[in-house]
Ligand binder design. Structure first.
Ligand code: ZN
Ligand code: ZN
Length: 122
């Protein structure tokens, strides 16, 4: 699944980000986080990447606080797609609180900065 999204990501990330504003599935419909599957996956990612990956790009070392979904779960057009995005290890990125806040601001602003930044990870 991530391969499909990777392809879209490279070609159409700005479109994908814009799609956030026209999502067909309400953001809060399903809680993807409140279960042992997510907790295991998040812990695995935090063990594999214990430092914020954006800070690392800038040559800084900061401990991870949050595990971020590169392609937002809400970009999935139905429950099945959202589930795949939620639990795809390759769609995850370790971030500190500050960087996590920043990337969500970029998403809110439909910023191409987001695409440029994450194209370095995938
Ligand atoms: Zn950071
Ligand atoms: Zn996030």
């Amino acid at each position: 699944m991530i391969l499909l999204f990777r392809t879209q990501f490279y070609i159409e990330m700005p479109t994908l980000i814009k799609a956030l504003k026209h999502r067909s599935v309400p953001r809060e419909k399903i809680n993807w986080y409140n279960n042992s599957k997510w907790i295991r996956l998040r812990n695995q990612k935090r063990m594999d990447n214990p430092l914020c990956q954006i800070c690392e790009l800038k040559g800084k070392s900061k401990l991870v606080n949050d595990v971020h979904h590169i392609v937002p779960i809400t970009n999935g057009q139905n429950e099945q797609e959202q589930k795949m995005l939620a639990y795809d290890y390759d769609n995850l990125c370790s971030l500190c609180t500050e960087c996590h806040h920043e990337v969500h601001q970029m998403l809110l602003n439909n910023s191409e900065e987001y695409y440029l930044l994450f194209s370095k990870f995938i």
